[in-house]
Ligand binder design. Structure first.
Ligand code: GUN
Length: 163
């Protein structure tokens, strides 16, 4: 029997995404780090990983929370194809993170704070919002914004680096 996994995958509701976002927030922020968290979930609610941004502690400008979560999940699952999983991010993924997720096979992404707030907090990216970029890809991406939005905005603004 052929099952339509896509339908099931997209049927995850806001309540479920809100629960999952709590795990991305719970990844927290390490001392001296940038306040971004991410988590990866199987559609049955199993958490694969939660990770945070480690750019400063590793001197790796690519060590965004989402990229770390994708790398950790691939390692943990023992495969590089993360198709069928949801990526949760406390902030709207930047072009690098969105591309990494899509290259990893992820097609379902939820985020909390949007790009305007990320810019406001001093973490300006490349000036292209995730939906704009996703529309350029040759595959369908489900992007759900403002999940636990207020909490994610607070997390970002309360922990941002001082000017
Ligand atoms: N979404 C996201 N945006 C960022 N901007 C700077 N670092 C990050 C990060 O880890 N995640």
């Amino acid at each position: 029997m052929i099952r339509d996994h896509t339908l099931h995958l997209n049927a995850v509701d806001t309540q479920q995404l809100t629960r999952w976002m709590k795990s991305a927030l719970a990844a927290g922020v390490q001392a001296g780090e940038n306040p971004f968290g991410a988590a990866i979930f199987a559609v049955d609610g199993t958490q694969v990983v939660a990770a945070n941004n480690t750019v400063n502690s590793t001197n790796n400008p690519a060590a965004h929370a989402e990229v770390n979560a994708i790398a950790d999940a691939s390692r943990s699952l023992g495969r590089s194809d993360l198709g069928g999983y949801w990526l949760l991010a406390t902030a709207e993924p930047c072009p690098m993170c969105l591309s990494a997720a899509v290259i990893a096979g992820i097609r379902n992404i939820a985020f909390g704070a949007n790009q305007v707030v990320v810019n406001e907090a001093g973490y300006g990216g490349l000036g292209i919002c995730s939906r704009e970029l996703a529309n350029q890809f040759n595959c369908e991406i489900v992007l759900r914004g403002s999940i636990l939005g207020n909490d994610c905005v607070r997390f970002l603004l309360n922990n941002r680096k001082p000017n």
